[in-house]
Design a protein. Structure first.
Length: 354
């Protein structure tokens, strides 16, 4: 769908909000004529550390590097080289098993692939673990989150067995309205926390790893070894700082709009939304048509109208169905629920017509 001109988009990561000219205009007020290149990164690290309640935080050029380094540090301290997490864990599904190829770590998937991780699943793990990773929310399950009490019980069990607890907080800002607790209280359950700079914050790229001072100091050594201590990272930091100021305060608003869109779609019945209601601004739209047909229909709609519904379509075990993700951000706020219903009907009609 990238070949057509996008004028409006439901997709959070549409090119609409990534144009260099527009981004530079947004960032201009964050610096002054005397700002040094290293200052925006230092300010970003300090602000993330304060927000998630940790003594220290460290910028990384990618989240993949940040999370692998965190797990490497936890593994070396414990002399254990296996970590665990949900079978849909981003580290395993989307990063070519870099944790193993680069660091020699092993992944132990825990629980049912189509359900949230449970305490009983963790209790059934027989081998000693270096760490357990929680992805909050679980993107591949439609943005599902465990209840607070369940999460606390799981963390306590893992700690009692000598393993570290790590938060894949790529979407911690989207998760916060569901828990209705300060970011620091959510992050405070964990030894280390990864924060994405380009998901909910809509920055260009990059990540921050937060934790205690000793852990962050060790992580800085590995960042250097892996080539991640890049100079002049200030554009990445400015993009994230702009998002902290403009977007984080709106996450509850985005979640509420997601709930309204999902309710309208489910009431119409042409497609089905899960979870119902969404727990975060993220949810999945399940479509009664084949993946290739939906991709073609979406491309035609974009070419004819300039409206983009999705970036990626997910296949289904049932070849006559598929799904796509909506994450409500500033783009999606421009669509009222009734309009999204009409767009979904148009998509399905086109896909089923062939």
């Amino acid at each position: 769908m990238g070949g057509s001109v996008v004028r409006r988009s439901l997709a959070l990561h549409s090119v609409l909000r990534l144009k260099p000219h527009d981004l530079l205009r947004q960032w201009a007020d964050l610096v002054g004529p005397e700002t040094l290149p290293e200052e925006p990164v230092a300010v970003l690290e300090a602000r993330i550390a304060e927000l998630v309640g940790t003594p220290a935080a460290l910028f990384f050029p990618t989240g993949a590097m940040a999370q692998q380094v965190a797990l490497r540090v936890h593994a070396q301290r414990r002399g254990r080289w296996t970590f665990a997490g949900h079978p849909h864990l981003h580290l395993d599904n989307w990063e070519l098993q870099g944790y193993n190829a680069v660091h020699g770590l092993r992944f132990h998937p825990v629980g049912d692939r189509n359900q949230l991780l449970r305490k009983a699943d963790l209790a059934a793990v027989g081998e000693p673990l270096a760490a357990v990773v929680w992805e909050l929310p679980q993107r591949d399950l439609g943005g599902l989150l465990p209840e607070w009490e369940q999460l606390c019980e799981q963390v306590d069990l893992v700690r009692s067995r000598g393993a570290a607890v790590h938060l894949d907080g790529g979407r911690i800002f989207e998760a916060q309205p569901f828990y209705d607790r300060p970011h620091a209280e959510i992050a405070g359950l964990f030894d280390t926390v990864y924060v994405s700079l380009y998901k909910g914050l809509q920055g260009v790229r990059g990540a921050v790893l937060a934790g205690d001072e000793e852990t962050v100091a060790e992580a800085a050594v590995w960042r250097k070894r892996l080539g991640g201590a890049i100079p002049n990272a200030w554009p990445l930091a400015l993009g994230a700082l702009a998002g902290l100021d403009r977007l984080v305060p709106r996450m509850a608003e985005f979640r509420d709009h997601a709930v309204a869109i999902a309710a309208a779609l489910n009431a119409d019945g042409t497609v089905r939304v899960f979870p119902d209601p969404p727990q975060t601004p993220l949810f999945h739209v399940h479509v009664p048509a084949a993946k290739a047909a939906v991709e073609r229909a979406g491309a035609r709609m974009l070419a004819e109208t300039g409206t983009q519904l999705f970036i990626k379509v997910r296949s289904s075990p049932d070849p006559s169905r598929c799904s796509f993700e909506i994450t409500v951000g500033e783009n999606a706020m421009e669509f009222d629920p009734d309009e999204v219903v009409e767009l979904a009907r148009d998509l399905v009609n086109r896909a089923q017509a062939g």
